[in-house]
Design a protein around this ligand. Structure first.
Ligand SMILES: [Zn+2]
Length: 52
């Protein structure tokens, strides 16, 4: 069974990013991906008003 290291992160602003979490402990990747989704996304693009 392949180890999943790339996790899809859907930010609350609507942006989507696939993050390489291979440097994170395997049992923490899912939780970290969820945490990332709640953070400001990596995109420098303007966001809709009221969005992070
Ligand atoms: Zn965004």
């Amino acid at each position: 069974m392949a180890v999943k290291t790339i996790w899809p992160v859907d930010h609350t602003c609507g942006h989507h990013a696939d993050r390489d979490l291979s440097d994170r402990p395997a049992d923490r990747r899912a939780g970290f991906a969820e945490w990332l989704a709640r953070q400001r996304c990596l995109y420098p693009l303007p966001h809709a008003p009221g969005q992070p």
